[in-house]
Design a protein around this ligand. Structure first.
Ligand SMILES: [Zn+2]
Length: 462
């Protein structure tokens, strides 16, 4: 029991990052030339990162477990996971040791602040090794966090990411597992997955929720392979056995699709199509933001695998719209978030890149546990809609059979539009005069706080 509990703890808190769903982490807002666009790095040249010069992992006796050159090779090979996706143009390049701290070894909070300062100035994008977890503890972050990412500098008008940092917690690889000191060990493959996940955030990717029943059923290290295959590496938490141990590629179809959608190369349109549409409340006209939308490949009965679990792609409705439009009533949130479009036409809009094939499309609530550093999409905490779970079919209404589904066939380069959902039996619409049962659960933490540039908040909560 104890063992199961600790392994659950260790498994659930692996990822912690800056977020805003399949899809981009951040979207351009009011200050942008083109609002409603994902924040991305300029893709014309490789993204240059610097790396810590200290060991990646040191055990409690002070002995080096993973030395610097092994750590550096690992970082380079993990960036390669994204770099080598055949339909993306994103590239990474090692730019030498971390600058701005003596010898390039980040050990103390002062070192961290100084390196973060140069990251905030856009000078470098550092990958920091916290060899024994002491730095993460000193920063006030839970010792069960394997790594985190922080976007340092964004250009609001152009929507470009200019610098970001990653911290890797080497304590998870120190060869010691001592629950009494919160020193847990994970496999090298799980560690690699966690850091590759962080590199996804570093690239501008948000979390994705697909096959969430694995998480909700409390499966730890024993996920069925078909579902594991479709579980995005960008799922908010890591809890299954490593993908490699199940002979699966490191990135799931959703990960491949979204890195390619954000950074398409010339082969993208020959390999992906798109399904798009809107999610509406029961009135059929009021758009709903914050509902998870998943396109699943229809199972091919001639194969032993279940493609509907393995090949799935997702996004959150309203992913391009702001999570916080601001309001003039309380005086403390007049302008709202700097991120996300204010175009009301995008409130319920979704679009999902898919590989060519035949799909069903479904909506579901985001898991209520995905808040803060684990959030998915623009709303934190997530919206909760009554009875959201349903498939799309041709004759959507507020009273249809949630299980009825019509297949949609998508060719490469084709965009299928207006796959629109009407949620079943939601309360009447929210408007100026009638607000008795507004469905959007307003965040209890003001969004301005979540998106502030304050260093402490970013460290503590993302
Ligand atoms: Zn994450």
């Amino acid at each position: 029991m104890m063992r199961r509990l600790t392994s659950l703890l260790a498994s659930i808190l692996l990822f912690s990052s800056q977020t805003l769903a399949g899809g981009p982490t951040r979207v351009t807002g009011p200050a942008a030339t083109a609002p409603g666009q994902p924040f991305v790095w300029l893709a014309t040249s490789p993204i240059r990162y610097t790396v810590d010069t200290g060991p990646l992992s040191v055990n409690p006796s002070g002995q080096t477990v993973i030395n610097n050159s092994q750590g550096l090779s690992l970082v380079q090979s993990l960036f390669q996971n994204w770099h080598s996706v055949p339909t993306t143009s994103i590239q990474f390049a090692y730019a030498g040791p971390i600058s701005g701290v003596s010898g390039g070894d980040v050990r103390t909070v002062q070192d961290f602040n100084s390196v973060q300062g140069s990251c905030n100035a856009g000078t470098q994008s550092p990958v920091i090794f916290d060899a024994d977890g002491a730095l993460i503890r000193a920063l006030g972050i839970d010792a069960l966090v394997i790594g985190f990412t922080s976007t340092c500098k964004l250009d609001l008008p152009t929507g470009h990411i200019q610098s970001a940092l990653i911290l890797m917690n080497g304590e998870f690889q120190d060869g010691v597992s001592d629950p009494s000191t919160n020193n847990f060990e994970i496999s090298a493959d799980q560690f690699s997955e966690a850091i590759t996940h962080e590199m996804g955030h570093f690239s501008g990717l948000d979390h994705s929720q697909i096959n969430v029943d694995l998480f909700q059923n409390g499966l730890v290290n024993n996920c069925p392979v078909d579902e594991l295959a479709g579980l995005p590496l960008m799922f908010p938490v890591e809890f299954c056995q490593s993908r490699k141990s199940a002979s699966l590629p490191l990135l799931a179809p959703d990960d491949l699709a979204w890195i390619s959608k954000l950074y398409p190369n010339s082969s993208y349109s020959a390999n992906y199509g798109m399904i798009s549409g809107f999610v509406f409340f029961s009135d059929g006209i009021t758009p709903v933001q914050g509902v998870n939308v998943i396109a699943r490949r229809v199972d091919d009965p001639t194969t032993p695998e279940n493609e509907s679990l393995r090949i799935a792609f997702s996004v959150v409705s309203g992913f391009l719209f702001t999570g916080n439009p601001g309001q003039s009533i309380t005086g403390d949130n007049t302008s709202g978030s700097s991120f996300g479009s204010r175009n009301p036409a995008l409130i319920g809009y979704y679009e999902i890149p898919v590989t060519p094939g035949t799909y069903t499309v479904q909506v579901e609530n985001l898991d209520a546990a995905f808040t803060g550093g684990s959030s998915v999409g623009p709303l934190d905490p997530p919206a909760v809609t009554y009875g959201a779970d349903e498939y799309w079919h041709q004759y959507e209404s507020a009273f249809d059979n949630a299980a009825q589904k019509d297949p949609i066939t998508v060719q490469a380069g084709q965009k299928i539009s207006n796959i629109n959902f009407i949620l079943n039996q939601t309360p009447p619409r929210f408007d100026l005069f009638e607000d008795g049962e507004a469905l959007r659960i307003m965040p209890n933490v003001p969004m301005v706080m979540r998106q502030t540039d304050a260093l402490w908040y970013r460290i503590a909560n993302e």
